[in-house]
Design a protein around this ligand. Structure first.
Ligand code: ZN
Length: 611
């Protein structure tokens, strides 16, 4: 799917060194358990294995082994409170291929169909010609059907040969959260060949082994990879008769350390609320990022179009995380221009600019027809006046603007990167795009500069960077590095790796504390006086900057609608960026509504947590 796979093979080697000891314990434990006939599957009613005469020692060449993987053994993701984000164990119905005369009498089959709520013909079609064991699914391509406890008991009581109720691990439950951030697993033989050559050679994995294709599944793939799957095999003779005395074998790499647990910084309650919101407001394309104002941890990150992991559409890019995509920011970028102007002392606080609505050249105009009249830079920021910002930009060099944007963390990926198991290039976020002020080869004349001043032309910014810029202002110019994963724990809960909080740029190297404080104040005025007035009724007071970026002109012009800000105002808890992409230019503003509802959701959650 993607051509750039940056995870290095030598990290896998390092992991392996550390793993050898654990793996040995695991393999030994696994065999002991199998030999000891200890099964951790739950077979209801018919759960007494000894009565079915299972003998796991013998194995002869005539036997046909058919198996089902019940659990890939892959590590799971958890939210900040330890609630699972992936992995749910259900009771599934495993059906093994046996000849009709051994499959049980019609009366019992009819009862089974009754329990499953299907017609006997459907069952007949399902089992006819079955060559491999299969799990019962209500629909093709769906996850295996999850039996209720009473269904499982009733099916167990039928004691049908070739049918078992087994614990099955579904990786992505229905309505799973933060899908693009978490990503998905799939088969990727090319990547396995290039990144897991050693494991491939020694038979630890095959070309068909699922690997993380995107998101955290991708960046953390080496760590998530467990010690192998839990599988159950069923033995028949060549004539598909179940072998008496040797019909099922369970293999499971039981180990106290694996699979590992990836502990994210997400708040699943907030994440779920935001996912609902995006659906309710019918945001077709866009993103919401909520960062903890204290340390820039990712509290929530949602992206649309929604990812359906069973139908990955590379061309639709529904797997791509819009929160990490560099997009045209429009007037959100005026924050960087204002920072550059304030740092350079290019504008006096009482100085007035004249906006007639038109600049008079380059076809450059203000969004407000007839213009803003006489306006200070502070007022121009609040009401997003293009003309005043064009005038200010003429006093700045491209280098001054680039430097200010850099100090706000807008010209590089900001997500957590650093040393993990002695490897220094580890990045938590998959495919995070860097922002940009000017394209490398573009000539920057006056016309280009003023377009840049309003966040158009070459300017690009990701929603993650935009939210992190607000955190930077709240920290007086210190640029933090957002994390999505806080630590990795062994299965038994012991800490394996932690990802410490990081600062990308100290306060001394950043914009001044005065500039940061001024910009935060101006963001409050956006809501009290300017383009953010519709946000005045929020549950807690908020502040921020709007942006409407032109992305397509012509007959059906489209815009990206942004709002980036913080709340509650006196003592901010969260920095939030929302963007609704490719909206009709003359349509309603969805981003203001989205920002308001996200903030209200956060305010309500905060209120609930306090009581
Ligand atoms: Zn204006």
């Amino acid at each position: 799917m993607k051509s750039t796979k940056e995870f290095p093979a030598f990290l896998n080697k390092r992991l392996d060194k550390r793993r050898i000891f654990l793996a040995l314990i695991g393999v030994m434990a696994g065999f002991l358990l199998v030999l000891g006939r200890l099964f951790w599957i739950q077979v209801f009613a018919a759960g007494d294995y000894s009565s079915r005469g299972i003998d796991l020692v013998a194995n002869s060449v005539d036997q046909r082994q058919k198996g089902i993987v019940l659990d890939s053994g892959r590590g799971d993701f958890y939210d900040k409170d330890g609630k699972p984000l992936t992995g749910r164990t259900v009771k599934a119905l495993a059906v093994f291929p046996v000849r009709p005369e051994f499959a049980g009498d019609d009366a019992r089959i009819a009862k089974l169909c009754g329990i499953l709520g299907i017609k006997p013909e459907r069952w007949e079609t399902f089992v006819r010609g079955m060559k491999e064991p299969q799990l019962w699914r209500a629909e093709r391509d769906a996850d295996p059907y999850a039996l209720t406890d009473s269904q499982a008991r009733a099916i167990g009581a039928l004691e049908l040969p070739g049918i078992m109720v087994l614990d099955y691990r579904i990786r992505y439950p229905e309505n799973s959260l933060a899908r693009q951030l978490i990503g998905f697993v799939g088969q990727n033989p090319e990547w396995i060949q290039s990144h897991y050559a050693e494991q491939l050679a020694n038979g630890k994995i095959t070309l068909r082994t699922p690997v993380g294709e995107s998101g955290l599944e991708h960046t953390f793939d080496s760590l998530l990879r467990g010690l192998g799957p839990t599988s159950i095999s069923f033995f028949t003779d060549a004539a598909k008769r179940p072998l008496k005395g040797l019909d099922v074998r369970m293999v499971s790499p039981q180990n106290p350390y694996y699979p590992l647990k990836v502990m994210t910084t997400l708040d699943s309650g907030i994440q779920a609320g935001i996912e609902d919101l995006l659906d309710r407001l019918q945001v077709r394309q866009g993103a919401v990022v909520v960062l903890d104002a204290e340390n820039a941890d990712v509290t929530a990150m949602a992206s649309r179009p929604q990812l359906d992991r069973r139908h990955i559409r590379p061309e639709a890019e529904n797997w791509a995380n819009q929160a990490l995509k560099a997009l045209t920011p429009g007037s959100v970028f005026k924050t960087a221009v204002a920072a550059a102007a304030l740092e350079a002392g290019a504008v006096r606080p009482d100085e007035h600019f004249e906006c007639s609505g038109e600049l008079g050249k380059y076809g450059f105009s203000c969004w407000k027809q007839g213009g803003h009249g006489s306006i200070t830079l502070e007022e121009a920021f609040a009401d997003s006046c293009n003309i005043a910002f064009a005038e200010v930009m003429k006093r700045l060099t491209p280098e001054q603007l680039r430097e200010a944007a850099g100090k706000l963390g807008l010209t590089r990926p900001v997500g957590w990167t650093g040393e993990v198991l002695e490897w220094s290039g580890f990045r938590q976020f998959d495919a995070e795009e860097a922002g940009r002020v000017f394209a490398r080869d573009s000539a920057v004349d006056e016309g280009a500069l003023i377009q840049t001043a309003i966040g158009q032309r070459d300017v690009l910014l990701s929603p993650l960077q935009a939210a992190n810029m607000v955190v930077t202002l709240l920290h007086g110019g210190e640029v933090r590095s957002p994390r999505a994963v806080k630590e990795i724990r062994y299965r038994n809960g012991r800490l394996m790796i932690d990802f410490p909080e990081k600062t990308l740029r100290s306060g001394k190297e950043g914009i001044s504390g005065n500039t940061a404080a001024t910009l935060l104040k101006w963001m409050r005025e956006v809501v009290s006086e300017g383009t953010g007035k519709p946000l005045q009724g929020t549950l807690w007071p908020v502040a921020g900057k709007s942006g409407t970026a032109q992305v397509r002109t012509g007959t059906n012009p489209t815009v990206h609608q942004w709002f980036v800000g913080y709340g509650p105002v006196p003592s901010p808890r969260y920095a939030v960026a929302v963007v609704a992409e490719n909206m009709p230019a003359d349509g309603k503003n969805v981003s203001l509504r989205l920002f308001r509802e996200v903030m209200d959701l956060l305010a309500r959650r905060e209120g609930t947590n306090r009581t």
